[in-house]
Design a binder for this molecule. Structure first.
Ligand code: C2E
Ligand code: CA
Ligand code: CA
Length: 746
């Protein structure tokens, strides 16, 4: 998983957690709302039930008092005590004392009555006209034969709110007066104040039909000093109208109001007496907790949960990331140089290409990096890679990038599609590295080479780069039509090589080798020519390097040995004296443990003596695995083969190789004979020394590329043993060779 992908997932998880928390918040708020509504409803019904109960209690209390008066009235009627004023006065005093009235009076119709006030005195001239209008009204109703309760009024004598119970007193069935008892509203207070409704949170008041408080609980919710429920501004207009309607029509009503930020509800219940109503009010459950507080509390709880969840997640992320960071980094960046890896380069490249069409890919490689590693050790090699990385970095623009692929291969993206500009920029990088390393303390000049693919791919840039290995002289190659053609041809070669081998299209040509002193032929080198069916001839330079890189050379080289053996057998069978043949062998063969055995078998099959076959190996064969190659040479020697070292002096480890590998012949590379120019003397000293050293080591020497008589004479003078080159003969066909150089055996 890439870091970007990982972060994306983290965002998804975080969003999911946040969403879950939000849902949790909503559910909590919803539940709170639901509870609130339920509580509200249950409070309403409780308030209604309790109001009914208080109403019942009140009515029972009043009824009891009416009963007491009725009993007394009945007793008076029976005893006729109303005609005996003193006795009557006494009786009223006693009756009042025995009951819980505030005062008790007998009021005859049309005459003054007797009034006993508890703990005060008895008045005998109690007159109707001295009474409060509510009292008069009730008494007069009693005169008409009705049990009456007066409205509440203020007693001037006692300075308290009172009301009267009035019961008619009869004589022979006819009303002659009324028994009148007063109670202060304390008896209601007991009801409305002793107990509050709804578990102590609500209050009950008695009001009349115009909303006036007759008995107002002291612990009222509305603290203001008001006379009616309509005073103050806490009832809304609609509620007010509903309340007015209920009060004027003797109906009960459930309603709501807001007071000092509190939500309250109320219940009006007609008592069924004197237009009295119970007015219950209480605070709505939970309404003292304001919404703001609720939201805050819920929010804080949720925040704590969220923080906890996120901490767990981030802890998980942290430990996961810590453990995988290395992995992610390792996938993205190269651990040696810190440059991008090819994988992230390709990703960045795709992104870049989607937005820009002007770009080039450059593949950059270090010449002989293997040698640098040998010379300076792996650590030194790594330093060189880091140094190259730094120089590349400094030479790229902000929107350009690069990576290290494997070993010493770098890929660069340049935001440029002009071939000349790209070449010059790369040239500058190569030149800077070359001069800086030449001047550095270890003074080893590091040279780079590059393949450029304008608007191309890594592969094309790499193909361009690889094409340089064969060209050798230039250090920058561009993937162009010419290269495409070469690559196309290589493709063709690879497609046809197997068939060409089985159909014997590879023909062995021979180039003679002469003894420089005697001028006699001493052998020949087998050089291949590919004769296509259409008659075209392909030179080995075009396909041998390809066979070496694709591995086909092992099969091919054995084929050439077989051709040589076959030829020697032919000559012998035809009675001719054969010459030894040298066959070029690629280094891969030397890593095959069965190589010597296979060769031995082949020669045995053709009945050819191994001394007739010389195996030419390139001096670069010893670049790695010299020990194994040395073992192989030993095995070949044991079988009787001769080993020749080809192109001696062209690689960097020539002398090293001479020391390590026990060879029989040195073929001095033909470059020694070409273009020596001013350095002729130096070259000659070197050549002479190589020849002398070889002789001392028991190694014979062959000069390659003798093109002129001068070359011939010079090499003879230097005591080189043999010569090979165009001066004597080009590589020629078997027929021609046989005709020219093969003689009958004596
Ligand atoms: P090489 O092994 O160094 O072979 C000698 C090359 O030098 C031959 O090129 C030959 O034609 C050329 N030559 C000979 N005399 C002269 C001269 O006086 N002047 C110049 N300029 N060149 C001269 P050729 O035949 O084109 O082969 C090229 C290379 O291909 C060979 O270099 C060898 O490395 C490889 N090769 C050729 N045939 C075979 C083969 O059968 N097997 C393998 N493995 N490699 C082969
Ligand atoms: Ca050769
Ligand atoms: Ca050679």
């Amino acid at each position: 998983m890439t870091e970007r992908k990982f972060k994306k997932q983290l965002i998804i998880v975080t969003t999911a957690v946040m969403t879950a928390t939000a849902v949790l918040c909503a559910v909590t708020v919803g539940m709170w709302n639901y509870l609130y509504k339920k509580a509200h409803e249950s409070e309403h019904s409780q308030m209604e039930a309790e109001a009914q109960e208080y109403k019942q209690q009140m009515l029972e209390q009043i009824d009891t008092n009416i009963q007491i008066l009725t009993t007394l009235s009945k007793a008076y009627e029976a005893s006729g005590v109303t005609d005996r004023p003193e006795e009557l006065e006494l009786s009223i005093g006693e009756a009042n004392a025995a009951n819980s009235f505030r005062s008790l009076a007998y009021m005859p119709i049309g005459k003054p009555g007797i009034l006993n006030m508890r703990n005060i005195d008895t008045k005998t001239d109690f007159r109707l006209e001295d009474c409060n209008e509510y009292a008069v009204n009730a008494i007069e109703r009693a005169f008409k034969g009705e049990n009456a309760i007066s409205k509440i009024f203020k007693s001037e004598m006692a300075d308290v709110n009172v009301f009267l119970y009035c019961v008619p007193v009869r004589d022979d069935g006819e009303v002659i007066g009324a028994l009148v008892a007063s109670n202060d509203t304390k008896i209601f207070n007991d009801i409305v104040e002793n107990t509050t409704v709804i578990g102590g949170k609500g209050y009950i008041h008695i009001i009349n039909n115009s909303g006036k408080f007759l008995v107002r609980s002291k612990n009222t919710i509305v603290k203001e000093n008001i006379n009616t429920i309509f005073d103050g501004s806490y009832l809304s207009q609609t509620t007010r109208s509903a309340a007015e309607d209920a009060l004027s029509n003797g109906k009960s009503l459930l309603g709501e109001f807001k007071y000092n930020g509190m939500s309250c509800h109320f219940y009006i219940e007609p008592i069924g007496l004197n237009n009295w109503y119970l007015f219950c009010a209480n605070q709505v459950w939970g309404s003292n907790v304001s919404w703001k507080n609720t939201v805050w509390t819920t929010g804080i709880i949720m925040l704590i949960i969220l923080v906890m969840l996120l901490s767990v997640m981030f802890f998980g992320y942290y430990s996961f990331f810590k453990n995988t960071k290395f992995l992610i980094k390792d996938l993205t960046y190269d651990s040696i140089t810190g440059a991008k890896k090819v994988y992230s380069f390709d990703r960045a490249l795709n992104e870049y290409k989607s937005m820009n069409s002007d770009y080039s890919i450059v593949a950059l490689n270090i010449h002989n990096f293997k040698f640098i590693n040998d010379l300076f050790g792996t650590k030194g090699g790594d330093d060189v890679l880091r140094y190259v990385k730094r120089v590349i970095e400094e030479n790229l623009g902000d929107d350009e990038f690069f990576c290290r692929d494997t070993a010493d291969l770098f890929y660069l993206l340049m935001a440029e599609s002009d071939e000349e500009i790209v070449k010059s920029r790369i040239g500058k990088i190569i030149e800077r590295i070359r001069t800086e390393t030449r001047d550095a303390e270890y003074s080893y000049e590091i040279s780079l080479y590059a393949g450029i693919a304008i608007r191309g791919t890594n592969q094309k840039a790499l193909l361009a780069l690889k094409s340089l290995k064969n060209i050798g002289y230039s250090n920058i190659a561009v993937y162009d039509n010419e290269l495409r053609e070469i690559l196309g041809r290589n493709n063709d070669i690879e497609r046809y090589m197997h068939r060409a081998l089985s159909e014997k299209e590879f023909k062995m040509y021979l180039q003679p080798k002469f003894d420089l002193k005697t001028g006699e032929i001493t052998g020949a080198e087998a050089l291949v020519r590919w004769e296509r069916k259409d008659g075209t001839l392909i030179s080995p330079d075009e396909f041998i390097p390809l066979f070496e890189s694709n591995g086909f050379c092992t099969e091919f080289d054995m084929y050439m040995v077989e051709q040589a053996c076959g030829q020697i057998r032919d000559w012998e069978n035809s009675g001719y004296k054969p010459v030894p043949i040298s066959v070029n062998q690629s280094r891969r063969l030397f890593f095959n443990r069965n190589y010597a055995n296979d060769l031995g078998k082949m020669l045995a099959d053709y009945e050819v003596d191994p001394s007739m076959i010389t195996l030419e190996i390139l001096e670069t064969v010893a670049d790695s695995g010299a020990e194994e190659i040395s073992d192989r040479i030993k095995e070949l020697h044991e079988k009787g083969f001769k080993i020749s070292m080809d192109d001696f002096g062209s690689g960097y480890s020539s002398l090293n190789m001479l020391y390590k590998l026990n060879v029989d012949e040195l073929k001095i590379d033909r470059v020694f004979l070409r273009d020596a120019g001013k350095n002729n003397d130096r070259r000659n000293i070197l050549l002479e020394q190589i020849i002398i050293t070889s002789r001392r080591l028991g190694i014979s020497t062959v000069a390659e590329g003798i093109e002129t008589k001068h070359d011939n004479d010079m090499m003879l003078k230097m005591k080189c043993d043999y010569g090979q080159g165009y001066y004597y003969s080009k590589p020629i066909s078997i027929e021609e060779f046989s005709k020219k150089y093969i003689r009958k055996a004596q």
